[in-house]
Write a protein that binds this ligand. Structure first.
Ligand code: NAI
Length: 337
């Protein structure tokens, strides 16, 4: 049987380190994947004059699955975010970010098991900003019935498939009565088709307070783009930080698996980055590819290394380097865990 080919984008900052670690783990687990490595971001700009060359998009369209490390986006200047472009060009409308308390991962909270479903293509990330007159700028928030309906459906379908009990729409429809109002209206309409799942809504500020006070009470949360971006990092902080939380950008024709974290320039190139978040994103990718057995094998190896052997990177209070942590997982896989 021919191998499955995936596109791999090693990205910037800690990206290449965590990518190398993840590919070592995939290979040691026998994932049987072929990698088509593509540059995007600053490296692509230097080489091809564009941060997101057409051949990168073509590679992802052809392979339908990509594993991507973070890409740097300059603040307030520079090229438009490659991440946002990828999500919009490939219509990767659902960003799925599971946040679970893990044994042996230090956190102030226990029993957190919540899923953030973020709308990934519209909202304030539409990129429509302009100067009205000097000193006044306008940034447009686009909310559509189509986008809101399909993300609500995605959240309820996910809840049903994974035995979840409740979906909460997170919004600010008390202030943004038209835009968030439409989002909420679509959510309520979709909820009627899922009587087996409890539907509720919460205003974003109250939701943030509740997440910090009682995160174990939340189940599946669905929200527009900006709220999802911010709430995702908040939720990562509930379960051990950005070094551990995986993610997936799901579309109809392609999906990109990537960690929630960014390029972490403060620790790049020092063998300090935690590759766990990208490895766990790769586990999500393996389930997506139907390679459940390999995914479970990697899960068992992670448990053996983190819980039984107590090997952890520095962000989790351990002493292991990126390469040392990876070597321990590879050893565990090679010993037939
Ligand atoms: P960041 O996530 O890169 O870093 C925030 C903090 O978390 C830093 O202290 C960093 O050292 C730590 N951290 C993050 N990942 C870690 C890991 N795997 N192991 C250990 N510690 C880790 O966020 P920041 O600094 O706001 O963004 C840096 C750059 O990344 C920006 O250019 C931003 O646009 C980009 N970015 C890209 C994303 C993507 O490609 N999907 C997502 C988020 C940010």
């Amino acid at each position: 049987m021919s191998k499955t080919t995936i596109t791999v984008i090693p990205g910037d900052g800690i990206g290449p380190e965590v990518t190398q670690a993840t590919l070592r783990v995939l290979d040691a687990a026998g994932a049987d994947l072929e990698y088509e490595t593509q540059a995007a971001g600053a490296a692509a700009l230097a080489q091809f004059g564009k941060p997101l060359p057409d051949h990168v998009l073509e590679s992802i369209r052809r392979n339908q699955v990509a594993l991507k490390a973070p890409i740097e986006t300059q603040v307030g200047k520079g090229f438009r975010s490659v991440n946002v472009q990828l999500r919009q060009e490939l219509d990767l409308y659902a960003n799925l970010r599971p946040n679970r308390s893990l044994p042996s991962i230090p956190s102030r909270y226990e029993n957190v098991d919540l899923i953030v479903v973020r709308e990934n293509t519209e909202g304030l990330y539409s990129g429509l900003e302009h100067v009205v007159i000097p000193g006044v700028v306008e940034s447009l928030k686009i909310i559509t019935e189509k986008g809101s309906t399909r993300i609500a459906k995605f959240a309820f379908e996910y809840a049903r498939r994974h035995g979840r009990k409740r979906v909460t729409a997170v919004h600010k429809a008390n202030i943004m009565k038209l835009s968030d109002g439409l989002f909420l209206e679509c959510f309520r309409k979709v909820a009627q088709d899922y009587p087996d799942i409890q539907a509720e809504d919460k205003i974003i500020d109250n939701m943030c307070m509740q997440l910090v006070m009682r995160p174990e009470k939340s189940d599946v949360l669905v929200m527009e783009n900006l709220y999802g971006d911010i709430v995702s990092d908040l939720c990562a902080g509930l379960v051990g930080g950005l070094g551990v939380v995986p993610g997936a950008n799901i579309g109809v024709e392609a999906s990109i698996f990537e960690a929630v974290h960014g390029t972490a320039p403060d620790i790049a190139g020092q063998d300090l980055a935690n590759p766990l978040a990208l490895i766990r994103s790769a586990i999500m990718m393996l389930f997506h590819l139907g390679k459940d057995e390999v995914a479970e094998r990697i899960r068992r190896a992670l448990r053996q290394v983190i819980v039984d052997q107590g090997v952890r990177t520095r962000d989790l209070g351990g002493e292991a380097s990126t390469s040392g942590f990876t070597a321990a997982i590879v050893k565990s896989l090679e010993s037939g865990v």
